[in-house]
Ligand binder design. Structure first.
Ligand SMILES: [Cu+2]
Length: 360
């Protein structure tokens, strides 16, 4: 269970964590996963992944139902293969074809016949908008969607959406593994995204929210090692904008216990989320907490937010890059222009430049 009476601890901890907070330096500006240049694999924690061959991205736009379906594959997953040993799909790019709001994300894994295969063979997928900077960690691209083996469904919030502009490049980063004793061939990751066009004249049809990834690793690389036994990881980030959180969920991996988001400045627990795991410690899901029915959870520029992730690793081994602890929410700023204007103007890192130039 997540601690709910933490006030004293957080008061004591606040002094230390705020003191430890320092500006992100280049060596820590590693994103969610480390990328090479798409030349036959990418690096993660110094390990080289072989690249899976023949994996492409297909997109289907259904104007009648206002749904985009992205389909990544085919991927072959031999039984009992860790993510370090498995050949991994390269980063793939979706160029957004219109001005719109993306409303929700429903991921699933299917085989060539369209039958569902177990979600737990997805290690994770992450969608990044390369044309925007993250409002909490501007050293990172805006991370617009993510899911792991628990296959989190990102639900629609009535009246809100994530605004994209025609031509935005969405980088799709997927990692697979197969902890099961069954091999799977020709697997496809499908993500269905309902949308609403934003080209109609007149006032905006929807309000914009921005994804908030509040990470136990602050603004660094999200992955970290799990030592045997109990692990608690804490990170802080200072909010630069006032606004409201519409709701939060969590992203963790196997052996997760719980994740807590606190507003350290106001000495409040925003949310405490208990991980749902099976008897083996495999992550089944993370709960979500919504605030939008009450007008949102108010946050103020300058507030320091702290994420504390707790794991209990029952194996006697160090699990390299085995953990992440991220509270994921939707943030609506009081002044939309402040965050809407966080377009990436600077030259992106070299591996991204290559990809963008190639498309021009
Ligand atoms: Cu993860």
């Amino acid at each position: 269970m997540c601690p709910t009476k933490f006030l004293l601890i957080s008061l004591l901890a606040a002094a230390t964590v705020v003191a430890q907070e320092k500006p992100a330096d280049a060596s820590h500006e590693m994103e969610h996963m480390q990328h090479g240049s798409g030349q036959g694999g990418f690096m993660q924690g110094g390990m080289h992944h072989a690249e899976a061959k023949g994996v492409t991205l297909q997109t289907k736009l259904d104007g009648a139902t206002h749904t985009i379906t992205l389909r990544e594959g085919p991927i072959s997953l031999p039984a009992n293969t860790s993510h370090m040993k498995m050949p991994q799909p390269p980063d793939l790019y979706w160029t957004v074809p219109m001005n719109a709001w993306l409303l929700a994300y429903s991921p699933r894994l299917v085989n060539a016949n369209g039958n569902e295969v177990p979600g737990r063979i997805l290690h994770h997928t992450a969608f990044w908008n390369e044309n925007r900077a993250d409002f909490l960690c501007p050293n990172k691209e805006e991370h617009i969607f993510g899911a792991g083996g628990e296959m989190t469904n990102w639900i629609q919030v009535p009246g809100y959406g994530y605004r994209v502009q025609k031509g935005d490049k969405i980088r799709i980063e997927t990692m697979v593994h197969n902890p099961t004793s069954t091999s799977y061939e020709n697997v496809f990751l499908e993500v269905r995204i309902p949308y609403k066009e934003a080209d109609a004249p007149g006032p905006p049809a929807l309000k914009s929210y921005y994804p908030a990834w509040i990470d136990a690793k602050s603004c660094g690389d999200s992955s970290y090692d799990l030592k045997p036994g109990k692990n608690i990881k804490e990170g802080v980030v200072a909010l630069k904008y006032s606004g409201v959180l519409l709701g939060v969920g969590g992203h963790m991996h196997d052996y997760a216990k719980c994740i807590v988001l606190e507003d350290v400045s106001r000495k409040e627990t925003v949310a405490a989320l208990d991980a749902k795991v099976d008897s083996q410690g495999q992550l089944l899901g993370m709960p979500t907490v919504t605030f939008f029915d009450k007008g949102g959870y108010k946050l103020v520029a300058g507030d320091v937010l702290k994420t504390s992730a707790t794991y209990d690793n029952p194996t006697a081994k160090v699990l390299r890059d085995g953990a992440m602890g991220i509270v994921v929410g939707y943030f609506v700023p009081d002044d939309d222009m402040q965050i809407a204007s966080l377009r990436r103007k600077t030259k992106p890192p070299s591996h991204q430049t290559a990809a963008i130039r190639h498309d021009r």
